[in-house]
Design a protein around this ligand. Structure first.
Ligand code: CDM
Ligand code: ATP
Length: 282
């Protein structure tokens, strides 16, 4: 029997870097799942095999890590064939690797009739990657710690996002290392303001847009000419504001209606930008 599930991407509506914890950084962030997904399928096999639809650089992928840790924790001796259809662009700040890792854990656990408790899964998820716990069962969340403390929020209302994927990419590890030298940490108050707005519930795309903030973006605007140039051209053509997600390089703009989002996407597509139109409704 093959079990299959969607691994949804996320946007960081805010991303404040608040300090350091060992080799990691502490963050305050609002994570939002979006309707862009990889598909993970799992079935029993003669030996463990993990195949991605696109070649990925890292042989110890999040899916390899999730499988290894699940088998160990659940004391499972069976072997599995896992296939991952990648749709989420890699190294984009959309959390594709983290989502795949979380969904692999959920599928394996479902195959074994929930052999592991929610808290066991959470512990393994943290080991797969600092962002992975969010992807186990949240849609909208206030994320703290090194990404591992997840506080559920009411689902964001149906909003639309135009994503633009630049030709250049940033590596998460290098971005945090660069931020360490840059050193302009935040205190989390911007994230708290957005959290309060989402809890209250009466808002428009514009209200959310005004509160979007990303410390990596602030750093890139000071340090990266290619990012500044890209963002300026994009915002001039689209006539709307774009925000970085995670450590980039994908940026997003927010709209109340699909129609408004389509208009901007069409304009950008004509100019050969690489875009996606997604919504918060998954
Ligand atoms: C930028 C974000 O996408 C925001 O959601 C995440 O913080 C990144 O999370 P991620 O891609 O799951 O990152 P990981 O694969 O766990 O970590 C890659 C590397 O980034 C650095 N890292 C990551 C997360 C974090 N909170 N602090 C860090 O300093 C560490 O050097 C780590 O070795
Ligand atoms: N399941 C996976 N899918 C894609 N890339 C993976 C996976 N596991 C490990 N990787 C490696 O991690 C790198 C970045 O992965 P990913 O696409 O998750 O980055 P990201 O979107 O920037 O994530 P985040 O927002 O969590 O920083 C890839 O270039 C690849 O080498």
């Amino acid at each position: 029997m093959t079990m299959e599930a969607k691994a949804y991407a996320k946007l960081n509506l805010t991303l404040e870097i608040t300090g350091e914890l060992g080799e990691y950084h502490t963050i305050e962030s609002v994570f939002q799942k979006i309707s862009l997904f990889d598909v993970v399928s799992v079935k029993l096999g003669k030996s463990d095999s993990i195949i991605f639809s696109e070649s990925i650089r890292n042989i110890t992928s999040t899916v390899h890590k999730a499988l290894e840790l699940f088998k160990k924790k659940a004391n499972v001796k069976e072997n599995f064939e896992i296939y991952v259809k990648k749709n989420i662009p890699m190294g984009s700040g959309l959390g594709g690797g983290s989502a795949d890792g979380a969904i692999t854990l959920l599928l394996l656990n479902a195959m074994f009739k929930n052999i592991l408790s929610k808290s066991d899964l959470y512990e393994i998820a943290k080991e797969v990657g600092s962002d992975v716990p969010f992807f186990l069962d949240s849609n909208t969340a206030w994320v703290k710690g090194i990404g591992d403390i997840v506080q559920e929020l009411p689902n964001l209302k149906e909003l639309y996002f135009v994503l633009v994927h630049p030709k250049f990419h940033f590596k998460t590890k290098e971005m945090y290392a660069m931020f360490h030298d840059y050193g302009k940490y935040s205190d989390g108050t911007r994230t708290l303001t957005l959290v309060e707005l989402i809890k209250k519930g009466n808002y428009t795309a514009k209200d959310i847009d005004k509160l979007c903030y990303n410390d990596f973006e602030m750093m890139l605007l000071e340090k990266s000419e290619k990012f500044v140039e890209f963002k300026n051209i994009l915002e001039t053509i689209a006539e709307v504001k774009f925000h970085l997600t995670g450590s980039g390089s994908t940026v997003f703009a927010i709209f109340d209606t699909k129609k408004e989002a389509e208009k901007v996407k069409n304009t950008l597509d004509k100019m050969k930008f690489n875009t996606d139109l997604v919504s918060s409704n998954i």
